[in-house]
Design a protein around this ligand. Structure first.
Ligand code: AVI
Length: 336
């Protein structure tokens, strides 16, 4: 079984009628599914931020550590850029950490002096959530001489907005967001990043690596139940926005490591036989005890595999930095 590419990618503009028609479409599939992008309403985004603070979810901690320790090396290895584009900036902490850690490095993308003028560094933030954009730009406004441009857009349309302006660009795709694309979807998405860039531009990508199953399951089914709340909140959202009558208590959270596909899957599991109606999505469905809804896949990579994927998309890996303890990899790759 494999989640269709469109379910894992963000290339559909999120709007209420899309939500209703996606819920109708994906709940009719076998196995039943819901696209993971709908996990991120206001409460879902807040729960995701809480997940990032959990000791068992080591992606954020591992990545911030790498950005802090290697910020100078990242700039030293990249083409001098006058703008940085971040896809999915979250609360802005990753970009803030990178810029602060990189100060003083050759090629640091800080404000450039032209004659008597200081040319500001342009930070382009692309996200479908205006709340996330506000939060990130608020955090980044702490920096001197930056100009922040918010793109409230899907990644694909945001990339089209920033494409080919003639100035060198560093694109950040961090947080292992690449992991929420299936393999063909990752290829396609990396190609769309490449298409927005000129030869010599750079991509800094963060990817979570394959690690022992026990660690992966703790990361996606934490003892505090925050990830379970993040998953079940999707049912709360459907009830609120589409008039559904899910009994949220009657669904459990399950994380599964699918070794052959190299992905952690999140599912919602019906704890009893029940009948669910979602009038705005024309859904009328019966769940038996144990029936599931597949809500997310997080693909995990091997370092060599990521290099191959980048090359296939038209990037040449330049340098990489590994957080050994967290098994997380940052790769700087150059557009050919
Ligand atoms: C946003 N994304 C990379 C997270 C992940 O690890 O797949 C979302 C998440 N799902 C459960 N915990 C975190």
């Amino acid at each position: 079984m494999s989640m269709p590419r469109s379910a894992a990618s963000q290339n559909v503009q999120v709007a209420d009628k899309d939500f209703a028609s996606d819920v109708e479409y994906y709940l009719a599939l076998e196995p039943r599914q819901l696209p993971s992008r709908y996990l991120y309403d206001a409460l879902g985004s807040a729960l995701f931020n809480a997940i990032c603070e959990l000791p068992w979810y080591r992606i954020t901690h591992g990545e911030l550590g790498l950005l802090r320790r290697h910020g100078r090396a990242i700039f030293a290895h990249s083409t001098p850029a006058s703008r940085i584009v971040e896809l999915g900036p979250g609360n802005g902490s990753k970009l803030l950490t990178l810029i602060e850690a990189g100060r003083g490095a050759p090629n640091h993308a800080g404000p450039a002096k032209t004659g008597h003028h200081v040319r500001p560094l342009h930070l382009h933030l692309i996200d479908v959530s205006s709340k996330a954009l506000d939060e990130a730009s608020h955090a980044l406004a702490l920096l001197d001489d930056v100009e922040i441009v918010k793109h409230e857009a899907t990644y694909e349309s945001g990339l089209m907005e920033i494409a080919r302006t003639g100035s060198h660009t560093l694109v950040l795709f961090l947080g292992s967001n690449i992991g929420n694309f299936d393999r063909p979807g990752a290829d396609e998405f990396l190609r769309s990043i490449r298409a927005a860039l000129e030869p010599g531009d750079d991509l800094l990508i963060g990817a979570d690596l394959v690690k022992p199953e026990s660690e992966l399951l703790l990361a996606y089914d934490d003892p505090l139940g925050v990830t379970a709340a993040f998953n079940r909140n999707l049912l709360v959202r459907i009830n609120r926005e589409l008039g559904g009558n899910f009994d949220v208590d009657a669904f459990g959270h399950r994380a599964v490591w699918n070794r052959s596909e190299s992905r952690v899957e999140m599912h919602l599991v019906s704890l009893r036989r029940q009948w669910v109606r979602i009038p705005c999505a024309h859904v009328d469905v019966t769940f038996k005890e144990g029936d599931t809804i597949w809500t997310e896949s997080s693909y995990k990579y091997e370092p060599e595999e990521l290099a191959v994927v980048l090359e296939r998309a038209g990037f040449r890996p330049v340098e990489r930095w590994l957080a050994g303890e967290e098994r997380f990899l940052l790769t700087l790759a150059r557009a050919d």
